[in-house]
Design a protein around this ligand. Structure first.
Ligand SMILES: [Zn+2]
Length: 400
């Protein structure tokens, strides 16, 4: 039951860090409007604006229209005051962006890079390239408040270390946060590639959708779970690992994880390619499958549609469990277009309860390639701009 009375009394911000959250919508505000919005005295509001200006997060934003007398000054969030860095490492490519505090890229680079070269070579390249990008923006390294990095494998969220990453030889348990901090001198946050893609997609194309599942369909299959507007990682950071849920049905196909019948072993790019080869069709990579489907190959189209149905059967269970408002499908195989989406939609709508699918939309990713770096930078900005972090910055400034 909706409790009508509560909506009229939302929790009011108390500290400067809380008050700053109001500004994150980008709209300028006057002292008087903040007095109304926060219920705090004019002197308290004025002191908090001064404190937020002292750490660079607020800046004057011109004058409001006056109702008579001197027009009041307005203030707004100044995302240009500092920089964040987002790094997206794949199996064979790397992308780095330097962004502002709204995770908007200012400059970006995309280069081939083999993750199998190991942490030392890869992180040294990240640090050198990252420094060049910061220099390109005309800013100093001191302006960089943190680095977010996505890795193509499981990451222990508590330590930021990769855990048994199958396609990252030499990276197991390596201390990525410490290694990159030593090279760049700013705090480092590590997550898996699917989580940063989910964050980037959410931020770029669906900021108003609080409950969203992002599904990456490529050689592997995984998902990022956004609930109540926040990325949910579970106890160890393993939430969303759809690829190793067993597909309903008599599937005895062995998976690289040691089980049989996993979604990835049945519907991942490798599985589809193997099935097509059995039919005498020459395919090697997941991109080959996408190219075949796009060229109108009927067998490839059917194989991708069946993969969509298998993915849909696991997603139907996720829909019952989490009731997302949106499922976004990304990854290389999403480039195969409607065949994959049609297979997924067919089974999800058939197998989920009507209430859960009444307003559910299943859409292909729209954020495209930069989603990963935007999401990685978002890891940093969300932490840096959180109320407690803003309070700490103000206290540190006052002590200086
Ligand atoms: Zn498996």
């Amino acid at each position: 039951m909706l409790m009508e009375g509560l909506a009229k009394f939302p929790p009011r911000p108390t500290g400067a860090g809380d008050m700053f959250q109001l500004f994150r919508d980008g709209a300028p505000r006057t002292r008087a409007s903040l007095v109304t919005e926060t219920g705090q005295s004019r002197s308290t509001v004025a002191a908090r604006i001064d404190a937020l200006r002292s750490i660079g997060l607020l800046a004057p934003a011109g004058e409001a229209t006056s109702t008579g007398g001197r027009p009041p000054s307005t203030f707004a969030f100044d995302p240009a005051s500092h920089l964040a860095m987002g790094v997206d490492l794949g199996a064979t490519h790397a992308r780095i962006a330097v962004t502002d505090l709204a995770a908007e890229p200012i400059t970006m680079i995309d280069e081939p890079l083999a993750i199998a070269d190991g942490p030392d070579r890869v992180l040294t390249w990240v640090a050198e390239t990252g420094r060049k990008l910061v220099a390109q923006t005309g800013r100093e390294m001191e302006d960089l408040v943190g680095i977010g990095i996505g890795l193509p494998g499981p990451v222990d969220h508590r330590t930021g270390r990769p855990v048994n990453p199958p396609i990252m030889p030499g990276w197991g348990d390596s201390d990525v946060p410490a290694e990159l901090f030593a090279r760049l001198g700013a705090p480092v946050m590590v997550d898996n590639d699917v989580n940063i893609m989910a964050l980037g997609e959410h931020r770029t194309t669906a900021p108003d959708v609080d409950d969203l599942l992002f599904v990456k369909v490529a050689t592997g299959i995984g998902a990022g779970v956004i609930m109540d507007g926040h990325l949910r990682r579970g106890a160890q950071g393993a939430a969303g690992d759809l690829g190793h849920i067993a597909v309903p049905g008599p599937a005895d196909i062995p998976c690289r994880c040691g089980n049989t019948g996993c979604l990835e072993a049945v519907a991942g790019g490798g599985a589809i390619a193997a099935r097509l080869r059995q039919q005498g069709i020459a395919v090697e990579t997941t991109q080959d499958i996408v190219d075949l489907v796009r060229s109108g190959d009927v067998a490839a189209g059917q194989a991708v549609r069946q993969a969509g149905r298998d993915i849909g059967s696991v997603l139907a269970a996720s829909v019952s469990l989490l009731n997302p408002a949106r499922i976004v499908v990304g990854g290389i195989l999403a480039g195969a277009g409607e065949h994959l989406m049609a297979g997924i939609r067919e089974v999800v709508y058939q197998r989920s309860l009507p209430l859960a699918t009444r307003d559910l939309r299943i859409t292909p990713s729209e954020a495209g390639a930069p989603a990963g770096v935007v999401g990685a930078a978002t890891l940093v900005t969300e932490q840096y701009l959180a109320p407690s972090s803003v309070e700490t910055l103000i206290t540190a400034k006052e002590v200086m």
